[in-house]
Design a binder for this molecule. Structure first.
Ligand code: NAP
Ligand code: MG
Length: 483
C-alpha cells in the first residue's frame, strides 16, 4: 500500500485514530495525497470538550509565566521544522513557498509574543475613592474554548487563536479546516512535544457541520473563536447565543483599494496587484475592488494589466511562481462561476478569465489572474466576495465619490488608499468603514502585534491578535480590599 502519512486526532493527550479518514490533497497536483486524517465524530468532539474541562483547573492555576515557557518551547520546536512546515503548507494549501514560509515565521512569532504575555499579563490598578481600600482587577481565563479555523492561513490563524487562548489559562479544542488541516496538526504536535499537560490542547478534524454542532452544543464549551465564511459564522453565533456563550467571528470581506490621481502610480499598481492576486486572491484582506479616480483611470488600468500579465501561475513549490492554485475544486468552481457572472454583467474581462489547462495545469485548480474593468456598484462583482484571483476595477469621479463607493457595502474588513496627500490619507483614516486600513501599502499583509479584525458584517466580538486578543480569552475579576 501507499506510504501516505496518517494523522490522528489528539484528545486528552492521546493520539486517537478513527474508523474513517479523509484525504488532504495537493491543489497544485491532485494526484498527490499530502496526508490521511482521522475523521472525528461528534462523540470525539464531546470527549475532547470533556477532556478540556477536566484539564482546565490545573492549567488555569499554573503560573502564567510557566504556561509561557511551554509556548516558548513550542515556538522553538516549530522553528526547527521551519523548512518542512513551509513545504507542507504549500503542498496542502497551494500558496507559494516564500508566502508559506512567511506565514510559518509569523506563527512562530505569534507563539513567542503570547509566551511573553505570560509574564506581562496586565490587570487594572487604580486608586479607590475610599480610605485604606485597595482596588484592582486581575484577568482570569474563560474556560474551555473552541477554535474553528479556515484553510487560507492554515498555520497563522490557528496560532493566533491557540497562543492567546492558552496563555490566558484556557483549555482548547482546535477544529481545523478540512482542506488544510496539517499545519494546525503540526502546532498541536509541537505543543505535545513541549510538554503541554494532557487535555489542555485537543485537536479534532473532520466535517465542520458535524463537529461544529457538537462543539457549540457541548455544555463544557464556554467560548468559540471562529474565522471563516459569513454563513457558518452566523449559524454558530445563533447557536452560541442560545447558550449565552462568548463568541468571536472573523468572516468575509469585499475590500476596496482607492487609487487617487496624486498616488505614486508605480507603487499603487504594485500594491493593488499584490493585494488582489497573491495567495490566489484567497486572503480575507485581499483587494477585490480597485476604485480609481477618473483622472488616472486609463493610465492605471493599462499599467495594472501589464504588471498582472507578468505573474507566473503554477505549482507554488517551484521557484519563480507568483500565484498558486485555488485551494480545492469548490473554490475553483466558485471562482469560475463568478467570472461567468462578471462576463454577463460587465462584459469580457480585460485580462484572464479562464481556467488554466494543458500539461501540469490539468492536475491542479489553476485560474488566470482576472481583471474586470468598468465595474459599477450594482454589479455582483462589486458586492460579493469571490475569494479567488478576480479583481473588479471601478471608476470614481473624485475622492469623495471613491470614499462613497468604498464604504457602500455591508462588509468592513480591510480598506486601502493610495495617495500622496496627507490630508486625504487622514480623512480616509477617520471615514473608511473597515477594521484594518492601509495607506500606500497593499490591503493585505498584517502584523501580529496589533489588533486584527473588521467591522460591519465582516466581524463580531473583540478583535484578535496583539494586546486586544487578551480581551476575548480572559475575564476580569475585580477586588475591593480594606486594610
Ligand atoms: P468556512 O467554510 O466557513 O469554514 C471555516 C471553518 O468552519 C472550517 O474549519 C469548516 O470546516 C468549519 N465549518 C464548516 N461548517 C461549520 C459549521 N456548521 N459549524 C462550525 N464549523 C463549521 O470558510 P472557508 O471556506 O474555510 O474560508 C473562507 C472564508 O473565510 C472567506 O469568507 C474568508 O473571507 C473568510 N476568512 C476570514 C478571515 C478574517 O479574518 N476575517 C480570515 C480568513 C478567512 P470544514 O473545512 O470541515 O468545512
Ligand atoms: Mg488540501
Amino acid at each position: 500500500m501507499s506510504s501516505t502519512p496518517q494523522f490522528d486526532n489528539y484528545i486528552n493527550g492521546e493520539w486517537v485514530s478513527s474508523s474513517q479518514t479523509f484525504e488532504n490533497r495537493n491543489p497544485a497536483n491532485t494526484d498527490e495525497v499530502v496526508g490521511l486524517f482521522a475523521k472525528a465524530s461528534a462523540a470525539d468532539m464531546l470527549a475532547a470538550t470533556n477532556a478540556a474541562a477536566a484539564a482546565f483547573p490545573g492549567w488555569a492555576n499554573m503560573p502564567a509565566p510557566a504556561r509561557g515557557n511551554i509556548l516558548y518551547k513550542t515556538a522553538d520546536i516549530l522553528e526547527k521544522k521551519f523548512d518542512q512546515l513551509g513545504a507542507e503548507m504549500t503542498r496542502e494549501e497551494g500558496k507559494t513557498l516564500p508566502e508559506a514560509k512567511g506565514e510559518v515565521r509569523r506563527a512562530i512569532n505569534i507563539f513567542r509574543y503570547f509566551a511573553g504575555e505570560g509574564s506581562r499579563m496586565d490587570g487594572v490598578m487604580v486608586p479607590s475613592e475610599r480610605e485604606r481600600v485597595h482596588v484592582f482587577a486581575i484577568r482570569k481565563p474563560v474556560g474551555v474554548v473552541g477554535l474553528v479555523t479556515p484553510w487560507n492561513f492554515p498555520i497563522a490563524i490557528p496560532a493566533w487563536k491557540m497562543a492567546p487562548a492558552l496563555i490566558c489559562g484556557n483549555t482548547i479544542i482546535v477544529k481545523p479546516a478540512s482542506s488544510s488541516p496539517l499545519c494546525a496538526w503540526r502546532i498541536v504536535e509541537a505543543l505535545h512535544e513541549a510538554g503541554v499537560p494532557k487535555g489542555v490542547v485537543n485537536f479534532v478534524a473532520g466535517s465542520g457541520a458535524e463537529l461544529g454542532g457538537a462543539m457549540v452544543n457541548s455544555p463544557a464549551v464556554k467560548a468559540i473563536s471562529f474565522t471563516g465564511s459569513n454563513d457558518v459564522g452566523h449559524w454558530l453565533h445563533a447557536e452560541a447565543s442560545k447558550r449565552r456563550i462568548r463568541i468571536q467571528l472573523e468572516m468575509g470581506g469585499k475590500n476596496p483599494t482607492i487609487v487617487l490621481a496624486d498616488a505614486d502610480l508605480k507603487s499603487a499598481v504594485e500594491n493593488v496587484c499584490n493585494a488582489a492576486f497573491f495567495s490566489t486572491g484567497q486572503k480575507c484582506t485581499a483587494t477585490s475592488r480597485a476604485i480609481v479616480e477618473d483622472a488616472i483611470y486609463d493610465e492605471f488600468l493599462a499599467a495594472l494589466v501589464e504588471r498582472t500579465r507578468k505573474l507566473k501561475v503554477g505549482d507554488g513549490m517551484h521557484p519563480g511562481i507568483d500565484i498558486g492554485p485555488c485551494v480545492d475544486k469548490g473554490a475553483l468552481e466558485t471562482t469560475l462561476r463568478y467570472i461567468e457572472i462578471g462576463r454577463k454583467e460587465c462584459g469580457e474581462p480585460i485580462l484572464g478569465g479562464n481556467r488554466l489547462t494543458g500539461g501540469d495545469y490539468d492536475k491542479g485548480y489553476f485560474v488566470e489572474p482576472t481583471i474586470f474593468a468598468g465595474v459599477i456598484p450594482s454589479n455582483t462583482l462589486a458586492c460579493e466576495e469571490v475569494f479567488g484571483p478576480v479583481l473588479a476595477v471601478m471608476r470614481a469621479k473624485d475622492y469623495e465619490d471613491a470614499m462613497r463607493i468604498a464604504n457602500d457595502i455591508p462588509y468592513g474588513l480591510s480598506s486601502s488608499i493610495q495617495t500622496s496627500s496627507l490630508s486625504r490619507a487622514m480623512d480616509f483614516v477617520y471615514r473608511a468603514e473597515a477594521g484594518l486600513l492601509t495607506i500606500n501599502l497593499p490591503s493585505a499583509g498584517v502584523e501580529y502585534q496589533l489588533p486584527f479584525g473588521g467591522t460591519k458584517d465582516s466581524s463580531f466580538g473583540p478583535k484578535e491578535q496583539g494586546p486586544a486578543a487578551m480581551d476575548f480569552y480572559s475575564d476580569f475579576k475585580t477586588v475591593y480590599m480594606k486594610y
